[in-house]
Design a protein around this ligand. Sequence first.
Ligand SMILES: Cc1ncc(COP(=O)(O)O)c(C=O)c1O
Length: 414
Amino acid sequence: MTFVRNSADLSPIKDEVFGVAIAAKQDKEQNRDIVTDATIGSLYDEEGNFVALNSVFDHYDEIDHRTKGAYAASFTGNPAFRDSVYNWISSGTELKLAHSVIATPGGSGAVYMTMVSVLEQGETLIVPDIAWSSYELMAQQNNMKSIRYSMFEGDHFNLASLKNVLHEVLQAQGKALVVVNDPCHNPTGYSLTPEEWNALVDILNEASELGPVVLLNDIAYIDYSYDLANVRKYLNAFNRFNDQVLSVLAFSCSKALTSYGLRCGAAVILAQETSAVRETEIVFEKVARGTWSNIPNAAMANFTWVTTEHEDAFLAEKQGYIDLLKQRSDIFLAEAKEVNLPLYPYKEGFFITVAVPPSLIEAVHQELIHRHIYTVIVNQGIRVAVCSLPVQKAYGLAGKIKETIDAVSVREGR
Ligand SMILES: Cc1ncc(COP(=O)(O)O)c(C=O)c1O
């Protein structure tokens, strides 16, 4: 007998992070000096503490209890929050599209909301072949299928693969929802060039002759770019969308404000036609009301305050951690180059992924653990979380990983 719905998938979630993170923690209790823990996907400081920005939380602590306790003003989010998210995302751009912002529980909420609003059950979602695992989990949970495009062709984004998959899906179902996690892709740290974004917009426009195309641009890590002054400029290319293309930006306060637990984010709808944005907004509002109801009031109020009145202090404090990320990743990248460790093309962000032949991934990961190095298995590689890796532990790591891969290849005869 089963009490859950018959169609439910009863296999437990295979969490690639928690198990190995716990093992690393236990190992550190005995062998702190020799353990390298590159598993944790949140921002950690050099002392191994979770980073909660003072410029965010000092003010949060002062928010009136009644603001914290009250419902939000609307299922779509508080008006000031919706405005401030749009201003935050579009600042420094010349975005001219019709738009609307719906508050969501983190970027996850925005991704989920877009998926269930755009696709029917049984339809297919388009995702990158190296990706945050929740996209496919959400698709499965909602009785949707997924198909992968190859992210890379050498050191570049594989536009041809995305185009082929997009055409295949449009021919099959007359509509497409395609996920592009950019800038600072999780888990490779790739960011498309302005030229690649322009070419991608051309591909979406051209493909839309076969049916409506929705681009789900997951911008969870945008605020940790190494080029904050220019990172949003690619959005100008969206002004060239034709009226058969719509985009939703999935924005996350978890990363931007180091407030993962406050469950706040937003879906930013962008399209040429106001009517298309309004229609999408109506459906999104019903998803919100029928799923999580509303978003923590104080989290929204705090975002507005931090990104307006307190912006300079916030940017300055955050920049310190971006510089730290860069310092850590520079060390790892330089050493990886010296020892010829194959990496996916990293540019910026929380994670670097080492390319490992699929048949060796499990064995390499295990052997690294044996050598007190803890990483996370991702599709086609192992992920090194520079967001939590102290500078001293970054030194020498690339060489050790290279040695391990070589040793495992010899042992396995490959
Ligand atoms: C690529 C990507 N998108 C979205 C999210 C969503 O995070 P949250 O729901 O906490 O905003 C994450 C979190 O890890 C992520 O890695």
